[in-house]
Design a protein around this ligand. Structure first.
Ligand SMILES: Cc1cc2nc3c(=O)[nH]c(=O)nc-3n(C[C@H](O)[C@H](O)[C@H](O)COP(=O)(O)OP(=O)(O)OC[C@H]3O[C@@H](n4cnc5c(N)ncnc54)[C@H](O)[C@@H]3O)c2cc1C
Length: 451
């Protein structure tokens, strides 16, 4: 390598496991972007947990400076923006004008490109579907350096291979997405204590308790009859701002504040260990159960974890594994109990465990969402080797019942299990062969899973 070649830099996803080194290109403007010789992958905010935005020994294109809003139609709510614009940027700009994201994941620090490439879902998937459903058009750079536009009507195969396609069809340059009108920045929320998994599933399916947004926090330290004890949190956008604002001039639609305090250093050992998880669960249960019906700003409702910047550092040097699965409706309670019991036997400690309902399967060929229930567990990797073996066992069970693992969170799935979980893989590969015959777009994830 000539001495003036750019040096590889260490990179990781949000879980800080695994890590690898790649040359990082960071174009300041879209017009500057040229694909290098060799293999490449785009990276947004690095909020996927595993190896989706890593490319060991190759190139990663950082899109964070490609963050300009291009146009907005105030009559229809259709926004066109560069792929590096974050969902947080969209909220600060458009909430005061009365618009909100149609779908949002549990952090606002993700890029538009990442939201499309993972076809992210939110607390409203059971009602509204995934991010791809609101994406009108994509401007992309393909492997040969050409730029193309695709949409559900224009080259729909490329569009649906790119929605959920984990960056493997090309670099998304611009995203056109439809926002939803809101009249208040507040959410009318209510909390319901749940005593076990059966009750959680029942309340989340019951129109009397269900709402536009719904998520159930579970205490995974519970076993036996109280397995799945937790708090169901539901809500919808308040129809109008109910209290006078303290702002001058008064605004019914204040966006979130920009800065959060940050964890300053990497914890030398996992601080989110068993005693901490137990204590957190008791506190969280007491705090949330007591709330009942309430109004709150959208920021704590959708993004409670964003209030501590760099919270992933608390998981220590080994990093964090987030395991997110979806299981079909049929026998969901028995299947979820079995998953939790297997992981409990393997010594699993999950700081934050959530259950959400999912609506019909996304149209993206590699989209994760599928009708049923999605369970997400956050686990320190530490020294617990039996955890990985237990997760392999769970993967095998998922394959049998038609469940799947979410690639945006994944760092350890095996290629055979992946292929069985994603039956539209052949449709994806056909598009990949057409637009990227030489395999320019690769990532550590695509090599691990033989995508
Ligand atoms: C606290 C937290 C909560 C989360 N909650 C949810 C949730 O509720 N629902 C959910 O669905 N996800 C959730 N996620 C995952 C997160 O929303 C996704 O991983 C999202 O894609 C991250 O966006 P990013 O910009 O950081 O992408 P990165 O992590 O940088 O990249 C993710 C993938 O997108 C591709 N990509 C990024 N930009 C482009 C581009 N311009 N062109 C082509 N490909 C691109 C990358 O190649 C990679 O494959 C959560 C993550 C965190 C940290």
């Amino acid at each position: 390598m000539p001495s003036d070649s750019p040096k590889p830099v260490p990179l990781a996803g949000w879980g800080r496991y695994p890590r690898s080194q790649a040359v990082a290109l960071r174009p300041e403007r879209m017009g500057e972007l040229r694909l290098p010789v060799g293999q490449v992958i785009a990276r947004g905010q690095g909020r996927s947990y595993g190896d989706a935005a890593l490319n060991a020994g190759r190139t990663v294109v950082l899109t964070e400076r490609l963050n300009r809003m291009v146009s907005f139609d105030a009559a229809t709510g259709v926004l066109r923006a560069e792929a590096g614009v974050t969902l947080g940027d969209i909220l600060t700009t458009f909430v005061p004008r009365g618009w909100f994201l149609p779908v949002t994941p549990g952090t606002k620090y993700v890029s538009l490109g990442g939201a499309v490439a993972c076809d992210v879902h939110g607390k409203n998937h059971h009602k509204e579907g995934g991010f791809g459903e609101y994406t009108r058009e994509l401007l992309m750079m393909l492997a040969d350096g050409s730029t193309v536009t695709c949409s559900p009507d224009r080259d729909p195969e490329l569009f649906w291979a790119t929605v959920g396609g984990m960056g493997l069809t090309g670099v998304i340059l611009e995203v056109t997405v439809r926002l939803n009108p809101i009249r208040s920045a507040q959410i009318r929320a209510s909390n319901h204590p749940v005593h076990n998994l059966q009750e959680a599933l029942r309340l989340m399916s019951d129109p009397a308790t269900d709402d536009d947004y719904s998520v159930c926090w579970l205490d995974t330290t519970r076993t036996g009859r109280s397995m799945g004890k937790g708090v169901l949190i539901v809500g919808h956008h308040a129809p109008q701002h109910p209290a006078p604002s303290t702002q001058h001039p008064p605004s019914p639609l204040p966006p979130h504040r920009r800065d959060a305090p940050r964890i300053p250093v990497l914890a030398p050992v996992p601080l989110l260990n068993r005693p901490a998880v137990r204590a957190f669960n008791i506190w969280y249960d007491a705090m949330n159960k007591a709330k009942g019906d309430y109004l709150c700003h959208y920021d704590p409702f959708f993004y409670p974890l964003d209030f501590v910047g760099g919270w992933n550092l608390l998981y220590g040097p080994g990093g964090l594994l987030q395991y997110q699965i979806v299981v079909p409706d049929r026998d969901a309670e028995a299947v979820l109990r079995d998953v939790l019991a297997r992981l409990q036997r393997a010594g699993m400690v999950s700081f934050l465990t959530v259950l959400k309902r999912m609506g019909p399967e996304g149209r993206g060929y590699l989209s994760f969402p599928k009708e049923g229930w999605t369970l997400t567990l956050d686990m320190p990797i530490g020294k617990n080797k039996s955890l990985f073996a237990a997760l392999d066992d769970v993967d095998r069970e998922l394959v049998k019942i038609g469940g799947r693992v979410y690639l945006a969170k994944d760092s350890r799935l095996k290629p055979e299990a992946f292929a069985a979980m994603y039956p539209r893989l052949d449709a994806f590969r056909a598009v990949k062969r057409r637009v990227d015959p030489e395999g320019v777009f690769t990532s550590d994830l695509s090599r691990r899973l033989a995508i």
